[in-house]
Ligand binder design. Structure first.
Ligand code: CDP
Length: 221
């Protein structure tokens, strides 16, 4: 084994299949997996439940810097309280892009994410800005995507609801995430764009495993 950290960045918009693909890829590679969306969701949940106004950027950033945030093994907790289910609820989903646009919050999250990666020999990290900002030197950067309709249909299959409404909500969140000034959602020029429409998780994981092997051969690691 080489000592080069094997950081795989998986970015992309909501419903592109990042979580399922990242989890499966990590287990295939024997690496740990970090869901950075859960981190932003946890800060949002903490702000809402403690009555901190989301527009009060300083107060939300102070909160982000003081809570004890743990995201591991598919569970998320803040100050020892498991909030894994509630961070997926509508209230957090509707508010998370506002918190994610807060630069001071992003700074705190980025530091935690880099520390996570550096403490390991590598890992699969999923988010919006992992390849572009958090780990610009990642071994492989993948940008998973699919049309808003396809992504909405997937989300509805998972959590229920109306496809048209879901599509509208997804387009709105995409817009907020890609138009913010700090680390907007976008495929960096050195990322490999993979459209997941009509493809199985296994096929996408297989393609990424092949790309990692090619990359390691190319850099001789
Ligand atoms: O699972 P889903 O794709 O719905 O979203 P998520 O990955 O849980 O991320 C929730 C939100 O967190 C996103 O809409 C972004 O606003 C924000 N986020 C971010 O700004 N940067 C990241 N690295 C990850 C998430």
């Amino acid at each position: 084994m080489s000592s080069t950290p094997l950081i795989v960045a998986i970015d992309g918009p909501a419903g592109a299949g990042k979580s399922t693909v990242s989890r499966s890829l990590a287990s295939r590679l024997g690496l740990e997996y970090l869901d950075t969306g859960a981190m932003y969701r946890a800060v949002t949940h903490a702000a809402i439940s403690r009555g901190v106004a989301l527009e009060d950027t300083e107060a939300v950033a102070a909160l982000a810097g003081t809570i004890r945030l743990r995201v591991a093994h598919g569970r998320t907790s803040v100050d020892g309280v498991d909030i894994s289910e509630s961070i997926r609820g509508d209230a957090v989903t509707a508010a998370v892009s506002t918190v994610a646009a807060n630069s001071a919050v992003r700074q705190v999250m980025r530091d935690l994410q880099r520390a996570w990666g550096l403490a390991r020999a590598g890992g699969v990290i999923e988010g919006r800005d992992i390849g572009s900002v958090v780990f610009p030197d990642a071994l492989l950067k993948v940008y998973l995507t699919a049309s808003p309709r396809v992504r909405a249909e997937r989300r509805v299959a998972e959590v229920g609801g109306d496809v048209d409404e879901m599509e509208k909500a997804i387009i709105q969140r995409d817009l907020k995430d890609s138009s913010r000034s700090d680390s907007p959602l976008s495929a960096s020029s050195d990322s490999i764009v993979v459209d997941t429409a009509g493809r199985s998780v296994e096929a996408v994981v297989e393609e990424i495993v092949t790309m990692i092997a090619q990359r390691r051969t190319a850099i001789g690691s």
